[in-house]
Design a protein around this ligand. Sequence first.
Ligand SMILES: [Cu+2]
Length: 133
Amino acid sequence: MKSFQLARAAAAALIGVAVPGLPAHAEIKNYEFQLVQPTVKAGADRIVTVRLVDKSTGKSVSDAVIFSTRLDMAPDGMQEMATKVTPMPGTEPGTYRFKATFGMAGRWQLSLGAKVQGETGSVENKLVVTAEK
Ligand SMILES: [Cu+2]
């Protein structure tokens, strides 16, 4: 590498812009899970669908590996009231579905941890799903 190229690469790294010629690289903090629908009906075997979005492009991201899930009523002061979360096959690319029993109407918190292909670190989000009577 010639010295002027090196200097340019170093300057680009310092100010956080992409070096021309290298593929754009999203950072893990640019990824976010979003609820497709914010409410479910209280009861057994409800499906919650989330989308993983790359906020820098607005595109859905497929093939993330979800390594942790938790669903509890922390938003309504009942963090001890947790329910089992069962991953289900997604219906479209970039969406992830979970089956759970919402035994009580109110606000439930879905905590998700995931790895994105090709990225270091992990995505950790908490989403509030409202179970309606
Ligand atoms: Cu409760």
